[in-house]
Design a protein around this ligand. Structure first.
Ligand SMILES: Nc1ncnc2c1ncn2[C@@H]1O[C@H](COP(=O)(O)OP(=O)(O)OP(=O)(O)O)[C@@H](O)[C@H]1O
Length: 198
């Protein structure tokens, strides 16, 4: 799968945030999107998710056999905010996106890659910021999707957990298109990715 941006432009308050952007993202390796704060990384991900409309240009998504997949690709995302249901447990938050596709046992097995078992069944509001972040990552990778968009997924993670999360994402995103924004160049190598600068 390949996502191509064709002169993609986004304007907020007469300011050109994305200005005739031409880039491509493939599923051959994770794409690490880097750029200064305010350069439009989140805006670009929101456009791909259909949450914003471009003011100019377009993007297309093409499948392996050349088929046009624009508009029909299933995305999963980690937003800058965790967007978890705070009154529910990590297991329940994940069940909300997986439905019956995964058993509780399987979800617990996946969570144990990133979190200690004592957090699995307590409300998210009782958890630390880093624990919430890891739950949001786990939820995104377990949702049925062909493409994963992650906006600064490692925010709030200590070094040990950041490396754990990178290894987990790298493994789980295999075969899917992954675009991940980061401010740390080191992440590109750790995740085995391709650096794309905005
Ligand atoms: N809904 C909006 N209305 C007006 N301006 C917006 C809106 N969303 C984003 N912007 C502006 O667009 C610019 C790009 O924002 P964006 O969040 O895409 O940057 P970013 O590269 O993700 O930054 P960071 O690395 O700090 O997360 C910023 O100047 C921001 O203020």
């Amino acid at each position: 799968m390949i996502i191509r941006l064709n002169d993609l432009t986004k304007i907020y308050n007469s300011q050109r945030i994305l200005d005739h952007l031409n880039l491509s993202f493939t599923d051959e390796a994770p794409c690490c999107l880097m750029g200064p704060s305010g350069s439009g990384k989140t805006t670009l991900l929101r456009i791909l998710l259909g949450l914003e409309r471009p003011d100019g240009g377009s993007y297309s998504i093409t499948g392996e056999n050349g088929s046009d997949l624009t508009g029909s690709v299933r995305f999963a995302a980690v937003f800058q905010e965790d967007r978890l249901c705070e009154a529910f447990t990590p297991v329940e938050n994940i069940q909300m996106v997986t439905g019956r596709a995964l058993s509780g046992e399987r979800i617990r097995g996946e969570l144990s890659r990133l979190l200690p078992p004592e957090c699995f069944d307590r409300p998210v509001w009782t958890m630390s910021g880093g624990m919430k972040r890891r739950t949001a990552i786990c939820r995104a990778v377990l949702a049925r999707s062909q493409a994963l968009l992650m906006d600064e997924p490692f925010t709030g993670l200590d070094e040990y957990n950041r490396r754990l999360a990178i290894r987990y994402i790298r493994e789980k995103a295999a075969g899917r298109l992954l675009i991940l924004t980061t401010h740390q160049e080191e992440d590109v190598e750790l995740i085995g990715g391709r650096l794309v600068r905005l």
